[in-house]
Design a protein around this ligand. Structure first.
Ligand code: PLP
Length: 364
């Protein structure tokens, strides 16, 4: 019996250990210290944005972005029905209303046509989510946003390095938000980032991140801010990771290509899509079996677990959860039950992927 194969595992090398050790030894263990600035600079350079502001996680990044754009009670924000719950929750935390919109069947990202028809007089913003590493159709989304005067916050928590026509996500909308949770493309344990080219917005983000404290007068606050800071320790880890991001993305591509090699011969299996205009970074390899319902999917997960292979179901539709209103989103409701994510971490060897694929084919 093979040893347990997890769905995800961080890639920590001597570089990460060296930087974090240096940060600990320096005594700068809270949010002041050289690593925060260096991490922000390197991440902005990677995304091709003027600025990047590090925060405590991907959820606070979304919340802070909404608040800094003045979105709150009375406003409506459009969110895809197929995403991790944090995208919708951040809108609620800001006091605004969530409008859930259906996705495209191939990219699994928000459907621009559905987005257009969901806009009302109260709509202030849209949060396209680049799901499982595939970017949303930002060309169409930005056109609609321009016509209808909407703020676009890209939720790129799962898609560091993904591209739309050669342009990196996080640099296309008014701003982008990222997560560095332990299972993400790069990690800081917990952490997040806001990227943007908008000077005024970034100033506001920096101000609100640190209790809205005046720069000129210590302990004077001109707004109700937050403690959404990242620590120097986390940023040390993040700097090492961002310096290795090309290597980590190469592994994601290798892993997807290897799964494809062993699974594409089985007509029941469908793997991640990549639109002609997109660069998918394959954060998680996704397997869909068209005939599956929830029960069949759960049985597959259990059978794989018995073979010591971890997997996870697709996200449930947000509109099925009691805190959010019902919504007629047929694509989301068709897709969610037929998909699982398979182990996708950098250290995963090709022969282990071959083993997983054999067990998948046997277990479907
Ligand atoms: C699409 C999406 N948005 C937001 C988040 C929130 O990020 P965090 O867990 O760092 O708060 C996550 C993931 O965790 C996510 O997958």
């Amino acid at each position: 019996m093979t040893k347990f194969i997890p769905i995800s595992e961080p890639s920590i090398t001597s570089k990460e250990v060296e930087y974090v050790t240096d940060a600990v030894r320096s005594g700068w263990i809270s949010s002041l210290g050289k690593y925060v600035d260096a991490f922000e600079e390197q991440f902005a350079a990677f995304c091709g944005t003027k600025y990047a502001v590090a925060v405590s996680n991907g959820t606070t990044a979304l919340h802070l972005a909404l608040v800094a754009y003045g979105i709150g009670p009375g406003d409506e924000v459009i969110v895809p029905d197929f995403t991790f719950i944090a995208t919708a929750n951040a809108v609620k935390h800001a006091g605004a209303d969530v409008k859930l919109v259906d996705i495209e069947e191939n990219t699994l990202c928000i459907d621009p046509n559905q987005l257009r028809s969901a806009i009302t007089a109260r709509t202030k913003a849209v949060i396209p989510v680049h799901i499982y590493g595939h970017p949303a159709d930002m060309t169409k989304i930005m056109k609609i946003a321009k016509e209808r005067n909407l703020i676009v916050i890209e939720d790129a928590a799962e898609a560091h390095g993904a591209e739309v026509n050669g342009v990196k996500v996080g640099s296309i909308g008014n701003c982008g938000t990222f997560s560095f949770y332990g299972n993400k493309i790069i990690t800081t344990g917990e952490g997040g980032m806001i990227t943007s080219n908008d000077d005024v917005f970034i100033q506001k983000v920096r101000h609100l991140r640190d209790h809205a404290m005046s720069k000129k007068k210590r302990y004077w606050h001109d707004d109700i801010g937050y403690n959404y800071r990242i620590t120097n320790l986390q940023a040390a880890l993040g700097l090492a990771q961002v310096e290795r991001i090309k290597e980590l993305l190469t592994h994601k591509k290798r892993i997807f290509t290897t799964y494809k090699q062993y699974l594409s011969g089985d007509r029941r299996c469908r793997l991640n899509y990549e639109a002609p205009w997109a660069k998918n970074v394959y954060w998680m390899v996704s397997l869909e079996i068209d005939t599956y319902d929830e029960d069949a999917r759960d049985q597959l997960i259990l059978r794989l677990k018995k073979e010591n292979i971890d997997s996870r179901p697709y996200f449930y539709p947000i509109s099925d959860m009691s805190m959010y209103g019902k919504e007629d989103t047929p694509v989301t409701h068709r897709v969610y039950k037929r998909g699982i994510n398979l182990p996708s971490y950098s250290a995963l060897q090709n022969d282990t992927i071959e083993y997983i694929c054999k067990k998948v084919i046997k277990s479907i």
